[in-house]
Write a new protein. Sequence first.
Length: 355
Amino acid sequence: MSRRAFIRWMLGLLVMIGAALAGLIKLLQQSVDRQTVGGAQAPDGVALPKTEPGTNPDPAAGSATAPLFSFMILSDLHVSPDDPNTVRHLKQALDDMKKFESPVEALVLTGDVTDYGRDRDYKELKKTLSTYKLPPVYANMGNHDYYDIWIDRKGAFNKDTMPNGKTDWQSRERFQKFFGLSKPYHDAWEKGYHLILLSQEAYVQEKPEVGEGAWYSDEQLDWLKERLASHKDGKPVFIMTHQPLPPAGQDGGSHQLIPAKKFRELLKPYKNVFVFCGHRHQDFQGTVEHYVKESFHYFHNSSVGRVLNRSYQNAAKEKAQGLYVQVYRDKVTLRGRAFESGTWLKEADWTVKLT
């Protein structure tokens, strides 16, 4: 072969190789595009940016038989280094969730995340959570998250010297800093569904009259009204409180939501509203009714840290329970989970049809 022929042959070979590489790149790009349809994948340990109203993907486009969004509600963790049982139960819950056949796409903590709201309690909570790869985590405050005012300089629970040189404001700031919030109440969108987390805004150092109740300001309730206005289409919305509601017609007090009348009125215009509370710690098995139907669907969760019987005793110290929620096109299913045994509880199994 002459030198000129060899050069022509080499140039032709380079052209074919270039064309082959271009085709391969195009195929790889198509493969990536197919894998990311419906939402980009987050790198390990990095939460995706939250979507906002108006930019959420339409879940109605999904399968009629597959869940469109699945999340776990953990109530009353009461994490404290002084009670290793609370930490053990939280680990049981987080370990158990890894075994689910369906994903846990958000983790919601509905108050009393700590036992006393102290720095050392939050450090223990952080130490526990940081050892797991978790979905986005959201939380609201419970009355125990304000309890630092009961602790004196010696670390003892002391009613006589309350507030022991501390303030409710400090407790709120500690909670907000831990969860990266500017206020104790907030909301989020996950997989096109709205999570609203309400929090009590004062405790007995600032408002002695509220006792162990959850006092919500007019500002917070106006904020809730504004958030609810985006749900005229009937898409389900999930509202988290800590303390339960009083009986209908009452406005609430210690161990209850305040003001309950206004709260109920705000929800009346909307269908497919789901409200969840904790605080009572009542065992899903053999205690009280955990689902009450009002103008909304009202669920009382059990507890991770301390499951209580009807007499409010932690008799079954081995128990740890939570509520798993899955949203479908036409229904929402809610199932109680026994984390210590890794089993579903037949006493806590509900299917709510969407209207």
